[in-house]
Design a protein around this ligand. Structure first.
Ligand SMILES: [Zn+2]
Length: 105
């Protein structure tokens, strides 16, 4: 039984298919379905398939609040200000406390 969920149509070639696992277009102009089964059963495809199957996606539970985003933008702007005016690095530890007090939640 063929596993067609890892392949789709190629963008510009009607005689090719797109392998989602390998992220490349593979020609099936020569033997059609046999080209597909040969590719899916090949060592290169299977090793990539196993590698992708072993990876668990990282889910980020915490969403940045509007205040966090504003504080981060203020930190970046303040750091840019320090670099632009060549201010001493001793002032670099001030932005977190400064922006926390400036950003209104
Ligand atoms: Zn593949």
């Amino acid at each position: 039984m063929l596993c067609f969920d890892v392949v789709g149509p190629a963008a510009n070639d009607p005689y090719s298919f797109r392998c989602k696992v390998c992220a490349k277009d593979v020609s099936c102009a020569h033997q059609g379905e046999r080209d597909l089964t040969r590719h899916v059963g090949g060592n290169a495809h299977l090793s990539k398939f196993r590698a992708k199957s072993a990876v668990t996606p990282i889910t980020f539970v915490k969403q940045d609040s509007h205040t966090d985003v504003q504080a981060r933008k203020a930190d970046v702007k303040f750091t840019g200000f320090l670099a632009e005016h060549n201010l001493p690095l001793a002032t670099a530890d001030r932005p977190p406390r400064l922006t926390d007090s400036l950003v209104v939640s």
